[in-house]
Design a protein around this ligand. Sequence first.
Ligand code: ADP
Ligand code: MG
Length: 310
Amino acid sequence: MGHAIEVVDLTKQFNGLTAVDHIDLQVHEGEIFGFLGPNGAGKTTTIRMLTGVIKPTGGTARIFGYDIQKEPLRAKQLMGISPEMANAYVDLSAWQNLIFVGELYGVGKQQRERTAEQMLRHFDLYERRHQKVKSFSRGMMQRVIVAMSLMSLPRMLFLDEPTSGLDVESSRTIHNLVRRFSREGKTVFLTTHNIEEANQLCDRVAIINKGEIAAIDTPERLKRTIRGSQSVEVSFDRYVDIENELGLAGIQRIERRGDKLRLYTEVPGKVACELADYAKKAGLDIVTINTLGPSLEDVFLELTREAERK
Ligand SMILES: Nc1ncnc2c1ncn2[C@@H]1O[C@H](COP(=O)(O)OP(=O)(O)O)[C@@H](O)[C@H]1O
Ligand SMILES: [Mg+2]
């Protein structure tokens, strides 16, 4: 099977600022590929080059073998795009927006109506399909935009921060759509700054920072690349100044996360037992306790810290 996306040495400079710095990557057909990085990392710039919106300063990108610069029409026919902070036509209804996009792509009447109905049902918007989009919440609007990107029946989808700032329900329906699309053997390239989204959704993840790719792998293999970041997460029934009270051996550092404490250690089992002893002696109740392997966030922090040191 060929590559859905093949990027070689892709670079973009804006007046001396290198937004994307000589990146290479391949995305396999049928894969959900995540482009994970903080704000300003170069995610949108990359997606805009891959979809032929802006020209690279250097390097090449191929979509199913078609060079996006040399054969832009062929490449673009295969893709659906949901740009960052896109808008639907606010004076049209959800239905009209979808049908309009279908017409734009030359999809036949029956097919576009069938797809529009499917999409609206999937996104829980069918009952409201005749309302103008301007009355929609941000989450509903975003669902319409993702639905629009599918009207041309593309072979691959580009989604730029599809769930950024959305409510849980809207994010969930978008994630489900992405999974369903992928199960049909189609390819998804999505950007996110949400580590948990990348972890939950993506087959492989590229971590991008300051225009450079720091790592590309499956979420689980990325987690295995860092040692020593096992931890125990615990919450007590009341506030404990644990940093000072607890004299536990084998703890590398302690972080507070909301009402939970995370204790990083190489011996999580031992620390969990010691925490139980401590709670008993101090008359505390343990509300939750979990031992955790390294998270994608740990990998992300490690890689971005490494880049800072360079
Ligand atoms: N049209 C542009 N002109 C000048 N600088 C830009 C332009 N687009 C993006 N940049 C800069 O390129 C860098 C990467 O931006 P972007 O790709 O939007 O990052 P991300 O999507 O990861 O948040 C940022 O420093 C941004 O300010
Ligand atoms: Mg962006």
